[in-house]
Design a protein around this ligand. Structure first.
Ligand SMILES: NC(=O)c1ccc[n+]([C@@H]2O[C@H](COP(=O)([O-])OP(=O)(O)OC[C@H]3O[C@@H](n4cnc5c(N)ncnc54)[C@H](O)[C@@H]3O)[C@@H](O)[C@H]2O)c1
Length: 352
């Protein structure tokens, strides 16, 4: 018998979950939908879902699990209400607006014994899976700098709650949290020790539309996350530097890129020099071709599938698995996110 999923917030993401759960997930079906907006409720009805007219009726409906896909400012209350009503919860990212809210939600999950997890769907991206292999297989020697970058060039719609800080808008909450979660998963055996962040409001008046966050780990590796909504010529999605090599993946969801590695660490200083019209440099003279090797990217034989996320949730409800997006990870994501806001505000490095 299939578990029933209730969805609160039938907007862009809520409707995406309804369609994709219906089409792609065995063992889960949409049992209830609620949206505060009448037009969205009407649309959900036309899409064939059982729609409730009030929030109260929705939370009292016979569903096993509730997906919270409302604007970020409502996540805490909707998660808590759902668990108090005996439902398990999947919440859209970001979990909440801050750590205090998150601790309240986790406390309710612990007290009620209900599942509480966050939809960190970007853990299943192809490009991320390749990066995870590069790190896990230790292909570059001692990793020292990672760049994770995503670019748009349209900003947020003025009509969206995402363009208002008061409703939990802004790019750090929107994309920063996905990218922070990925980086913390990538270096999951390392410990983040400090955060430095810059947030800019380039064209949006009320929220950050460019964010750069540098996370320093105990091992010394630093990871920079850049999300930028006003970039017209993108840089590569991923770039990782290690003491013995570098890796690049060009595009989001792409499998194209390369790894270049030094064959040995003996450097011949007599080999040459770069001459430019304005001077010369031995420092920037590149290694000889024969001293380098190119490796293919370690693309996993089985690429990750988004379905794994809900398959895990179903197994957790069956008592056969533990949740893959854990409370500890959600907490760590939020600690880094909050440190990034603090760092940007004070223009200083924030220790964790
Ligand atoms: N994981 C992802 O890939 C991903 C992608 C996009 C959005 N999201 C997240 O999903 C959530 C929703 O974002 P979105 O882009 O769908 O926004 P949206 O504005 O498209 O949809 C939000 C919906 O919630 C409804 N709503 C607002 N207040 C409500 C309330 N109090 N009760 C019930 N319904 C209410 C709105 O009418 C709207 O239909 C956000 O937390 C966002 O961060 C996640």
């Amino acid at each position: 018998m299939a578990y029933k999923l209730g969805v609160i917030g039938y907007g862009t993401m809520g409707s995406w979950h309804c369609k994709n759960v219906t089409e792609r997930i065995n063992g889960l079906e949409i049992g209830a939908v609620y949206d505060i907006n009448e037009q969205r409720r009407e649309l959900a009805k036309q899409d064939g879902f059982k729609v409730y007219e009030t929030e109260e009726e929705f939370f009292n409906s016979e569903v096993d699990l509730i997906l919270v896909a409302t604007p970020n400012i409502f996540h805490k209350d909707h998660c808590i209400t759902a668990m108090e009503k005996g439902k398990n919860v999947v919440c859209e990212k970001p979990a909440c607006l801050n750590l205090e809210e998150l601790e309240e939600v986790i406390a309710v999950s612990n007290r009620t014994g209900k599942l509480y997890t966050v939809h960190q769907n970007r853990r299943f991206d192809t490009d991320f899976a390749i990066m995870k292999n590069i790190v896990n297989q230790n292909l570059l020697g001692k990793n020292f700098y990672l760049n994770s970058r995503l670019y748009g060039n349209r900003g947020f719609s003025d009509a969206s709650w995402k363009s208002l800080y008061e409703t939990g808008g802004g790019l750090l909450y929107d994309w920063g949290i996905h990218m922070i979660d990925q980086v913390l998963c990538l270096f999951e055996n390392d410990k983040p020790v400090s955060v430095y962040a810059e947030l800019q409001k380039v064209r949006m008046l009320n929220v950050d539309d460019v964010c750069r966050v540098v996370i320093e780990f105990a091992s010394g590796v630093r990871a920079q996350v850049i999300a930028d909504l006003w970039c017209y010529v993108s840089e590569a999605r991923w770039h990782l530097e290690g003491s013995d090599g570098s890796a690049i993946i060009y595009k989001w969801f792409g499998k194209e890129g390369k790894i270049i590695r030094a064959k040995n660490q003996k450097i011949c200083w007599e080999e040459g020099c770069v001459y430019t019209p304005n001077g010369l440099s031995t420092t920037m003279w590149p290694r000889a071709e024969h001293d380098l090797e190119e490796l293919p990217l370690p693309i996993p034989e089985e690429l990750p599938r988004w379905e794994e996320y809900y398959e895990n949730v179903i197994k957790v409800l069956d008592g056969k698995a533990t949740q893959i997006v854990t409370h500890e990870q959600i907490r760590k994501d939020m600690q880094v996110l909050m440190a990034a806001f603090e760092s940007a505000e004070k223009n200083t490095v924030v220790k964790l």
